[in-house]
Design a protein around this ligand. Structure first.
Ligand code: BTN
Length: 241
C-alpha cells in the first residue's frame, strides 16, 4: 500500500481528500508536523513533532449513514494497541482515546458520497506519542497526555505504527465481514461513556442526561430527566460528574 510521507503539511486529512479519488484503499498520508491540523467541530488540532498525524483512505462501499461506524473501528484499534502496551486506554464517545481521563488520541472521519454511497472515507488519526507536556499548548495541557508521559519512556513510532496498521486492518476486515455488533460490543467494553451523566453539545443545542447506549450507527443514546431517550449522531460530550 502506498505511503505518502511529509515533513510538514497543513492537514493530512486535506491531503488525503485531494488524492483519494485516484488512490487505492489503504493508502496512507502521514506527516511529522501539521500546520493546520483540524479537530472535530471546526476545532484546531495542535500537531507538533513527536506525534503521529495520519490519514487512512478507505473505500468500503457503504451507505453514507454508516460512515461514522468507521470512527468506532479506528478508536477501537487505537485503544487496543495502547492497551497492548500495558496502559488502560478507554474510549470516550465518539472518538477520544484517553488514559486516566486524559486524551491521547483524536479521530476525524471525513467522507465523500455519491447518492448515499460512500466514494471514500478519510480516517484522520492523531496520536500524542513522544511529546512532553510542555510541547502541548497550556490551554489543552490539563486534559491531554502522551504515550511517553504515561509510559515514562520514549516510544518507537515506527513499530507503534506497524502495530496500529495491523490492528486497524484486523478490525476493518471484521467490519466488512461480520455483523457490526462484534465491533460495537468490543467498543462498548472499552468505552467509559455508557452509564455516565453527560452533557452533549451539538451546533444547534445541548442535551443532558445519562448515556445509556450506542446505536448500530454509533449515535449516543441519552436518557433525559423526563425519561425520554434521544440519539445523537455527532457532538461534543462532557462528563457531568
Ligand atoms: C478531534 O479529537 O477533534 C479529532 C482530531 C483529529 C486529528 C487528526 S491528526 C491527522 C488528521 N489530520 C487532521 O487535520 N486531523 C486529523
Amino acid at each position: 500500500k502506498k505511503i505518502h510521507y511529509f515533513e510538514e503539511v497543513s492537514s493530512t486529512n486535506s491531503v488525503a481528500k485531494e488524492i483519494a479519488a485516484s488512490e487505492e484503499e489503504g493508502a496512507l498520508v502521514i506527516a511529522e508536523i501539521q500546520k493546520g491540523g483540524r479537530g472535530r467541530m471546526g476545532r484546531e488540532w495542535v500537531s507538533p513533532h513527536g506525534g503521529i498525524w495520519m490519514s487512512v483512505i478507505l473505500k468500503p462501499g457503504i451507505p453514507l449513514r454508516h460512515a461514522s461506524r468507521l470512527t468506532l473501528v479506528a478508536g477501537l484499534a487505537v485503544a487496543n494497541v495502547i492497551r497492548d502496551m500495558g496502559l488502560d486506554a478507554r474510549i470516550k464517545w465518539p472518538n477520544d482515546v484517553r488514559i486516566n481521563g486524559k486524551k491521547v488520541c483524536g479521530i476525524l472521519t471525513e467522507a465523500k458520497a455519491e447518492v448515499d454511497r460512500v466514494d471514500y472515507v478519510v480516517l484522520g488519526i492523531g496520536i500524542n506519542v513522544n511529546m512532553d507536556l510542555k510541547d502541548i499548548p497550556e490551554s489543552f495541557r490539563a486534559g491531554s497526555t502522551t504515550l511517553k508521559v504515561e509510559l515514562g519512556k520514549h516510544i518507537r513510532r515506527v513499530s507503534f505504527l506497524q502495530d496500529f496498521l495491523f490492528e486497524l486492518e484486523q478490525q476493518y476486515i471484521s467490519f466488512k465481514t461480520q455483523p457490526f455488533s462484534h465491533i460495537l460490543n468490543d467498543w462498548l467494553a472499552l468505552s467509559d461513556t455508557i452509564g455516565r451523566e453527560v452533557k452533549v453539545t451539538t451546533p444547534s443545542r445541548i442535551i443532558e442526561g445519562r448515556a445509556v447506549g450506542v446505536t448500530p450507527d454509533g449515535a449516543l443514546i441519552i436518557r433525559k430527566a423526563d425519561n425520554t431517550k434521544e440519539e445523537i449522531i455527532a457532538g461534543r460530550c462532557i462528563y457531568a460528574r
